[in-house]
Write a protein that binds this ligand. Structure first.
Ligand code: BG6
Ligand code: MG
Length: 220
């Protein structure tokens, strides 16, 4: 078998930080009187901070206001994140990442739209498992553009045909698909139905399961 790569989204796939992004946006939305709930939040998942704000507001304020509101949301998010520990790692994530880390024919990367991704990785001491990491400070376009995933694959020295992406966001599933990659949706089947496979969490998959998916999709 040729060398294969796994690319992991961070928030909502590896760590339970998607919850903290939601709480940060909710706190901000309540303060400015903007309607916001978990259904609306689904559309924000995977987007950059700025694009999330614009989607939440439904209009584009001036740049000064955008910066101010983004900064406020990030302050709330960082307050939540300052208290996280390894208990916030999602079911099966550490097991799969450790299995891939030990496997001879596998490499793995972290690919997150978040500018705080490295802070989260450091806090949990899990950066050491990844052969590469790309975050929101290194990309110009936000998901569903494939830029982030293409960068991650290239840092692993692999092509789109040889990687699988794990995503909890609709925008992320689309990004991986438009980059020509296999994608496993992690979460709700109704939201992630465009993925090649949908699982509840990473405890439902291991290397053997991923290799089976590559074979089924004619990419072995
Ligand atoms: C993504 C999250 O990983 O990162 C989004 O799914 C978040 O909810 C985005 O808005 C940007 O994060 P940050 O930390 O740069 O504000
Ligand atoms: Mg996510």
């Amino acid at each position: 078998m040729s060398v294969k790569g796994a690319i992991f989204d961070l928030d909502g796939v590896v760590v339970n930080t998607a919850k903290f992004h939601y709480m940060g946006w909710k706190k901000l939305a309540d303060e400015i009187g903007a309607p916001f709930d978990e259904v609306k939040n689904e559309k924000l998942k995977g987007l950059s901070r700025r694009d999330s704000l614009l989607a939440l507001l439904g209009y584009t304020p001036d740049e000064k206001k955008i910066d101010e509101l983004c900064e406020q949301k990030n302050k709330y998010y960082l307050e939540f994140v300052s208290r996280i520990d390894r208990s916030q790692i999602l079911p099966g994530a550490l097991e799969l990442i450790e299995e891939i880390h030990k496997a001879k024919d596998w490499k793995q990367a972290l690919a997150s739209s978040s500018k705080n991704a490295r802070t989260v990785l450091k806090k949990l001491d899990i950066e050491k498992y990844f052969d590469a990491a790309v975050d929101g400070t290194e990309t110009k376009k936000t998901k569903p553009d494939p830029e982030l995933f293409l960068k991650a694959a290239s840092r692993l020295g692999l092509t789109s045909d040889n990687v699988v992406v794990f995503e909890d966001a609709e925008s992320g599933v689309r990004a991986a698909k438009s980059g020509g990659m296999l994608v496993v949706g992690v979460g709700d089947r109704k939201i992630l139905h465009e993925a090649d496979l949908v699982i509840k969490d990473l405890s439902e998959i291991d290397i053997a399961g991923i290799e089976k998916l590559f074979r089924e999709k004619g990419k072995a």
